[in-house]
Design a protein around this ligand. Structure first.
Ligand SMILES: [Zn+2]
Length: 308
């Protein structure tokens, strides 16, 4: 019997917890991912001394983009949300409560893989409501100094990033990469890419009393000659793949999964945030769409839970 299948919203089957070190304050923090009703969106519930503030994972709450993406509401804030949101976006989760007892999401191993694992262990549940995509209708581009980020219409979700490092070790790797979600798996190709830094920058950041939790356990660190991590790289061009991972997380702050093609040249959280804000500010640049027949949906990874 044929039954018409809509692309449905997704949440978790069960709540799931994790603890880990936060990269900036260097403290131990706990997060709990909890199922949320249809059309809730993704909401951080930040517990500071017993007072809980709900901060939706949306662009209007982005407060600081210097070292990571930070969401702010009143006197509550939550930093380093981008890798967790990248996992949420990559697995097509629409509705989720994220309970945190700290001002920062634990850095885990510096990639999105531990969050992917958490979500997959909790199980993904389809909800009885149509999934709402944000479809890009026209090209929007922003420049910040020599950094460029753009998005344009595309029947699917595609992310291209280019990094330009003169640094010897990074220069040896392919510095431009594209992930097309219709053909490539986020989980396999992107989610394991770790954040990275140069040893010299790392020492400077540490002297500013930032990144107190940073170590070779949660970042790829390179000096002038080599990758300092014992096991080397997880992908031959892990550096640019991590930029794609960050962009997937930052773009989710538009309010959900996007249909469009993003391109970032030397992009980072600040320029990604400006792009998201520029798109949202231009009401003719985007629209909400739903798919009432599963076969119509252009993004293969969202068609079936088996694929997740
Ligand atoms: Zn990152």
């Amino acid at each position: 019997m044929l039954q018409s299948q809509i692309v449905k919203q997704r949440t978790l089957k069960h709540a799931v917890k994790a603890t880990g070190i936060t990269v900036h304050s260097g403290e131990r923090a706990a997060i709990e991912l909890c199922p949320a009703p249809a059309s809730t969106g993704v909401i951080f519930r930040v517990n500071v001394n017993g007072k809980i503030t709900e901060i939706p994972a949306r662009s209007e709450f982005v407060g600081d983009t210097r070292l990571s993406t930070t969401l702010v509401r009143g006197d509550a804030k939550i930093s380093t949300v981008e890798h967790l949101l990248s996992a949420v976006s990559g697995l097509g989760i629409d509705n989720l409560y994220i309970d945190v007892n700290s001002g920062e999401v634990p850095i885990m191993d510096g990639s999105a893989a531990p969050f992917v694992f958490l979500i997959q262990s909790a199980g993904i549940e389809e909800q009885n409501a149509s999934k709402r995509f944000i479809r890009i209708k026209k090209r929007v581009e922003v420049k910040v100094g020599d950094k460029i980020a753009s998005i344009e219409p595309h029947n699917g979700f595609k992310v291209t990033c280019e990094i330009v490092y003169d640094q010897k070790v990074i220069k040896r790797t392919k510095q431009r990469e594209t992930l097309d979600f219709s053909t490539t798996s986020f989980v396999k190709e992107i989610s394991r890419a770790r954040t990275f830094g140069l040893l010299s920058e790392y020492e400077q950041i540490r002297s500013m009393n930032l990144a107190r939790g940073a170590s070779l356990d949660n970042a790829v660190v390179v000096d002038d000659f080599r990758v300092l991590n014992e096991d080397g790289l997880r992908y031959s061009n892990e550096f640019v793949r991590h930029k794609i991972l960050d962009a997937v997380g930052d773009l989710f702050l538009m309010g959900g999964n996007i249909l469009g093609a993003f391109e970032g040249y030397k992009s980072g959280h600040a320029v990604n945030d400006q792009l998201v804000k520029a798109v949202l500010a231009d009401r003719s640049a985007w629209e909400y769409v739903t798919f009432d027949e599963e076969a119509e949906a252009p993004v293969v990874m969202f068609r079936s839970l088996v694929a997740a």
